[in-house]
Design a protein around this ligand. Structure first.
Ligand code: ATP
Length: 232
């Protein structure tokens, strides 16, 4: 089976320029492999570097060393060295990221926020809006909110908008950063179901799940994120 996402020797350190250039090594020697249909849960104590690794996997943080290999358009690209245009294209077509908090786009209605990545991938607008509405409804977001911008929504409502936007396009690779952190039990169960369906459809998933019940329900294995002193 060929991996959809894998890393080789990924390392990451932060340099605090405002603190006299203090260097904080976080990750070192990270070798992660994620196959189609598999959900890997990042594991490790608070501060180990789980969120940092997620951000490296999406290309938000540049890795200091190593390779992040994503299967995109039938071949592996290295997100560490890929040019920005290729990274943008990979994010449009291949890899999705559901962060904990919605980055609110002012004045744009919720259903348009959810439909936007599907339209960017070529789906006709009416179909994308219909799918957006169906997903928001499945996630129990009341109809009356679908036409409003989510700036004033509660934390749990915003998280569900984020989840709908991330799951809607059906990316082959999905990164989930605490996808149920702000949700009640009913909505957690919906998200567990959505993750299972995505896996059954062949999606490779990497997640941070602090909720043990959710983690046990969806993760095929744990990947230890170990704080590393030799991080680049
Ligand atoms: N932008 C940054 N600049 C400097 N240091 C950072 C930055 N982001 C994270 N760190 C440091 O990197 C380390 C790892 O943080 P990270 O958020 O990745 O941990 P985590 O395993 O996700 O923790 P938690 O489970 O508490 O969310 C921490 O010591 C943190 O202070």
């Amino acid at each position: 089976m060929s991996a959809l996402l894998r890393t080789e020797g990924v390392a990451k350190a932060f340099t605090l320029h405002l603190q006299g250039g203090t260097r904080i090594p976080v990750l070192g020697g990270v070798d992660l492999v994620v196959n189609p249909g598999e959900c890997v849960a990042l594991w490790g104590p608070s501060g180990a570097g789980k969120s940092t690794l997620m951000r490296c996997l999406y290309g938000n943080y540049g890795a200091g060393a190593g390779r992040i290999l994503l299967r995109h358009r039938g071949e592996e690209i290295d997100l560490v060295t890929a040019d920005p245009r290729t990274v943008i294209e990979a994010r449009r077509e291949t890899i999705g990221y559901v962060s904990q908090f919605l980055r609110v786009i002012p004045r744009v209605a919720t259903r348009d926020i959810v439909a936007e990545p599907m339209i960017a991938r070529g789906m006709v607008k009416a179909e994308a809006l219909a799918r957006a509405t169906a997903l928001l409804t499945r996630l129990n977001l009341p109809d009356r909110l679908h036409g409003l911008p989510p700036a004033t929504f509660s934390g749990g409502e915003q998280q569900r908008v984020n989840l709908a936007r991330g799951f809607a396009p059906g990316y082959p690779v999905l990164l989930l950063d605490e996808p149920t952190a702000s949700l009640d039990a009913g909505n957690r169960a919906v998200v567990v179901e959505m993750i299972r369906e995505a896996k059954a459809a062949g999606t490779a998933i990497v997640g941070i799940f602090h909720d043990a019940e959710v983690r046990e329900a969806v993760a095929d294995r744990l990947f230890d994120v170990i704080p590393h002193q030799d991080a680049a």
